[in-house]
Design a protein around this ligand. Structure first.
Ligand code: ADP
Ligand code: SF4
Length: 688
């Protein structure tokens, strides 16, 4: 297939100073949870983007010096020869596919932890540590600024030596350079503070010095915010930013533009739509002749073309769409748009940075596994035998197993109890704000539909007898999990004795099946992710009074890691949800619930007509156990294997279920060393 000529503009080469990108697809700097700790994993991950057609592939934030250290968040670094060697792995793989590699040089200032390096953090002024650790940042004096410029220059030289084609001056995201630019944070009285020209001075010097150091071979990019402060959501406050950009307009070779509100720039699909930065971006290209890139969770090629043709951007910047589908550009180029695995905007990928662990993706189970497990997002080994596989359950785990087994060429029979495929995706994507999550189902159903070796049996609730009658070689149980209604969870380690009457006690499964409470409802959230608060939103929109009780100190604590906790809590407050934190449900008698303070143990009663427990799920694994029993008790037919996957094995997030299904399909008929299931990446040292 060939590409639609409407998309030709996306494949035009674009000159960036001394280098040229082969097309307009630009993977902007994004975290991987790998950083300097896992050089081979990160190199393979970035190389895969280049193979998939991204014309530019950048690092994550890359520290120039130990004074800028962010562990436990795994940043990249360019401190020494070992780092040069590590990054060379990445640049070689990116160059192999004709793409450009970019390094985002980073100076954290008061946002760096320095807990690893034990260096003193410095910033434009004496200020608190911005992420809340009890170490202040000290004000830089002039000699510190000279030192910083030297560090930055040397890191730029190391970036060049590592083979990078684009070197960034990173002047946004509330890091040190952003603090120099801002009138709010820059209180200096020397030539680096006060007037606009003075506040811009350090950024100007770094651009000039980077160009001087490496500009003959590398382009200089500047990452810069298009707005001055966080105003009303979606309404830019441009303030001085236009004047600043005009002052620097022609100095770098490329402008990488973002905004002050990270929860919008990186917003989940529940709160933020595709291309949502356009209102912030619309003036930028009118003040510079240099190419401009921004992000917007772009997955639609029509939106991309429209952005370029209307002069909003020159490059289609992407982090998440390139994670969900590293082959997105190639698929557009090859006219395979319906095969794009679209990002769902859930931000599970972002949790890797917060937790200090390798990036995961709900849509792309191969991310981070390129090197250590040898998984390619588009290629998979041919089947290892003529075996047939019966998959029971068409939720995300069963669908992904079926899709990947089908791609390997196995004869797969997928039996689903319901009239449609999707499992929990069907139910959850109907909840407020989660519509884009249906893409998890849609991508897989579309792929399966085109596979002649896959048969799908709808309305087929399988029992042991049915399963055995199929006589498949391998049986995969992907029957999901069910929410418990007994209040047991992290806080209450045993079921609550006094919780009733049953018709007034609900679980998320009840709500998603359309069984709603008839009056004021207490939602007890000991799950701490999205379901508790999304259901609160659903009930409030039906005018049902809601009290949200959680043992945590904030609503939906885990969604801090997906970058949406602030928006979630604000949404709850706007909807009039009563929030009670640091309390656990202890009893309910149909008229009132008894809750307990997690610190003092003090109890109080809250009137409620219903209680909804969002605490714990139990695997739907009775079929698995019955099958095992039937097989053990003899009979002619014995399958080669019976395996549980997804929530049936252990209830988890959707990304976990997809991964589980994918892993099963990859490993069938292969040798996996049970003691060493994956390669273990380690860093390089300066002296090796
Ligand atoms: P997961 O997240 O692990 O994929 P889900 O709960 O999303 O789990 O999906 C489980 C799917 O299995 C649902 O679509 C459900 O209808 C289906 N299912 C459950 N039990 C059976 C069964 N006995 N036979 C066929 N399908 C089943
Ligand atoms: Fe998109 Fe979610 Fe994957 Fe991140 S984890 S790239 S938001 S689908």
């Amino acid at each position: 297939m060939t590409r639609d000529s409407r998309y030709d503009v996306l494949f035009e080469p674009v000159k960036i100073g001394p280098v040229t990108a082969r097309n307009r697809f630009y993977q902007v700097p994004h975290c991987t949870g790998l950083g300097w700790l896992r050089p081979r994993m990160v190199a393979a991950l970035r190389g895969m983007k280049a193979e998939g057609g991204w014309g530019v592939v950048c690092t994550e934030y890359c520290s120039i010096h130990p004074a800028s250290d962010d562990l436990p968040h795994p940043y990249a670094s360019l401190w020494d020869q070992g780092d040069i060697r590590a990054h060379s792995l990445m640049t070689e793989q990116v160059h192999e596919h004709g793409s450009l590699a970019g390094a985002e040089l980073w100076v954290g200032g008061s946002r760096s932890t320095n807990l690893f390096s034990n260096e003193v953090a410095m910033d434009v002024a004496n200020m608190p540590n911005a992420i809340g650790i009890p170490y202040q940042a000290r004000a830089m004096d002039k000699s510190d600024i000279r030192e910083l410029r030297r560090w930055h220059r040397n890191a730029a030289l190391r970036a060049r030596d590592a083979g990078f084609d684009i070197v960034y001056v990173y002047a946004t995201h509330h890091y040190l350079l952003a603090h120099f630019l801002s009138a709010q944070t820059n209180s200096r009285s020397d030539e680096y503070g006060g007037s606009l020209e003075n506040r811009v001075r350090l950024v100007r010097e770094l651009i000039e010095e980077t160009r001087d150091a490496v500009g003959d071979r590398c382009a200089v990019a500047v990452r810069f915010a298009a707005d001055d402060s966080i105003g009303e959501d979606g309404q830019p406050v441009v303030g001085e930013r236009r004047d600043m950009l005009e002052m620097l307009a022609e100095l770098p070779d490329l402008w990488d533009i973002n905004i002050q509100d990270y929860s919008r720039e990186m917003g989940t699909s529940r709160f933020v739509n595709e291309a949502s930065l356009e209102a912030y971006m619309c003036w930028v290209k009118s003040v510079t002749s240099k190419p401009v890139v921004t992000v917007g969770r772009f997955t639609s090629p029509d939106t991309m073309v429209s952005q370029v043709k209307r002069g909003i951007v020159d490059f289609i910047g992407a982090a998440r769409p390139s994670i969900a589908d590293p082959f997105l550009p190639n698929k557009i180029e090859q006219g395979r748009i319906d095969e794009i695995r679209e990002c769902i905007g859930c931000n599970i990928c972002y949790t890797g940075d917060s937790t200090g662990t390798p990036i995961r993706c709900t849509q792309n189970p191969t991310i981070s596994e390129e090197w250590r497990r040898g998984w390619h997002p588009e290629k998979i080994a041919a089947r290892g035998s003529d075996s047939s596989v019966l998959v029971i359950g068409g939720g995300p785990a069963g669908l992904e197993a079926t899709r990947a087994l089908g791609r390997r060429g196995y004869h797969v029979m997928l039996a689903e109890a319901e009239h449609s495929l999707g499992g929990r995706i069907n139910r959850e994507s109907e909840l407020p704000g989660l519509g884009e999550w249906a893409r998890v189902r849609n991508y897989r159903v579309h792929e399966i539909r085109n596979m002649p070796n896959v048969d799908v049996y709808f309305d087929n609730r399988m029992d042991t007898e049915h399963v055995l009658a199929v006589e498949a070689n391998h049986i995969v149980i992907a029957t999901g999990a069910s929410w418990l209604a007994d209040g047991r969870g992290l806080y209450n380690q045993t079921p609550l004795d006094e919780l009733g009457p049953p018709q007034q006690v609900f679980t998320p499964d009840d709500i998603m099946a359309g069984r709603l409470p008839g009056g004021p409802t207490l939602i007890y959230d000991d799950d701490h992710y999205y379901l508790g608060n999304v259901i609160a939103e659903l009930l409030r929109r039906k005018n049902i009074p809601v009290t949200l009780v959680t043992p945590e100190t904030m609503v939906s604590a885990w969604s801090g890691k997906t970058g949406e906790q602030g928006r979630v809590q604000r949404r709850m407050l706007e909807l009039g949800v009563d929030i009670v934190t640091s309390h656990a449900l202890k009893a309910f008698d149909g008229q009132a619930a008894e809750i307990e303070c997690t610190y003092s143990g003090n109890r109080r009663r809250i009137e409620a007509a219903a209680v909804l427990s969002v605490t714990l799920r139990a695997p739907n694994d009775s079929l698995y156990h019955e099958l095992q029993q039937a097989i053990d008790s003899g009979g002619e037919y014995r399958p080669d294997s019976v395996t549980r996957i997804g929530d049936c094995l252990t209830p988890t997030i959707i990304a976990g279920a997809v991964f589980s299904g994918h892993r099963y399909a990859r490993e069938l008929d292969t040798e996996v060393d049970p003691d060493n299931r994956m390669k273990y990446d380690r860093i390089f040292y300066d002296d090796v």
